[in-house]
Design a protein around this ligand. Structure first.
Ligand SMILES: [Zn+2]
Length: 269
């Protein structure tokens, strides 16, 4: 069974799959985000990026899809995303879903983003995103220098590869603690004033943790900019340990998000 498969075995398969697929890289990489990618300094330039490493949609194991959730509004209009992001999820009356006491993680919520599910702190799998043509993940950012707000977009495959390759290579040496690059991430340069290392993601809207754009923060490797309280919120809803110092909670958040996006990946310990 896959559950009994060792992490080493998963890693071996993961890299074997990369080599297998590298020669058939997906030609549908969208050029539209290069504008944003080029205009912002990448936080993990040390990661060797190999496009097309992740399986194309036809290679995904569809059995690993998440529980059914409502379809996202498609096609994706990235210009509306910042507005989506600032609309806090409306509260669903508890008694509407379950008369009895439910675990908080089972609470149904309106998905705050097209790439988020209807559960707290849960994002869709890459399989789902590919099948629903959600390739660009956007989020609001603000320059600490000039104060301008704007939107940064990521190609989900490309950026997830950067994150997952970094984890796969370093996981054995992390010892369940986030490395310094995650705790103190490098920030992009401002596209307006040109100042380096000064553009921060806007993490919550009106302090509503339900509005956190988890996938965007993962892809930018900016989860370390969350407060420990926000990270504990994530871990609480995903039933991860939420005790200990920030480096442990942050590590758990990275790993859990990677598992959500790519359940077949070698992210278990
Ligand atoms: Zn600026």
């Amino acid at each position: 069974m896959g559950r009994d498969e060792s992490n080493e075995e998963k890693k071996r398969k993961y890299f074997a799959k990369e080599d297998d697929i590298a020669s058939t890289s997906n030609p549908t990489q969208r050029p539209r985000i290069t504008r944003n990618i080029n205009s912002s300094k990448q936080p993990t330039s040390s990661v060797v990026l190999r496009l097309g490493l992740l399986p194309s949609s036809s290679r995904f194991d569809l059995n690993s899809s998440p529980p059914p959730s409502p379809p996202s509004p498609l096609p994706l209009d990235v210009n509306r995303l910042s507005r989506v992001a600032v609309d806090p999820p409306t509260r669903v009356p508890r008694n509407q879903t379950q008369p009895t006491r439910i675990r908080h993680s089972d609470e149904i919520i309106p998905p705050p983003f097209p790439w988020a599910t209807n559960r707290h702190a849960m994002v869709h799998t890459l399989t789902y995103l590919v099948h629903n043509q959600i390739q660009t993940i956007a989020g609001d950012v603000q320059c600490k220098r000039c104060g301008r707000n704007f939107v940064i977009e990521f190609d989900v495959r490309q950026k997830f590869l950067e994150v997952s390759n970094f984890i796969v290579e370093k996981m054995d040496n992390m010892h369940d603690r986030a490395p310094d690059i995650w705790l103190n991430p490098t920030l992009p340069s401002c596209r307006y004033c040109g100042q380096e290392n000064c553009v921060k993601p806007l993490i919550t809207y009106k302090n509503n943790k339900g509005s956190i754009n988890w996938l965007f923060l993962l892809l930018g490797q900016w989860l370390g900019l969350c407060t420990i309280d926000q990270l504990k919120y994530f871990c609480k809803h995903t039933r991860n340990h939420r005790t200990g110092a920030k480096d442990r909670v942050l590590y758990a958040t990275y790993i859990e998000l990677c598992k959500q996006i790519y359940p077949q990946g070698p992210f278990s310990r």
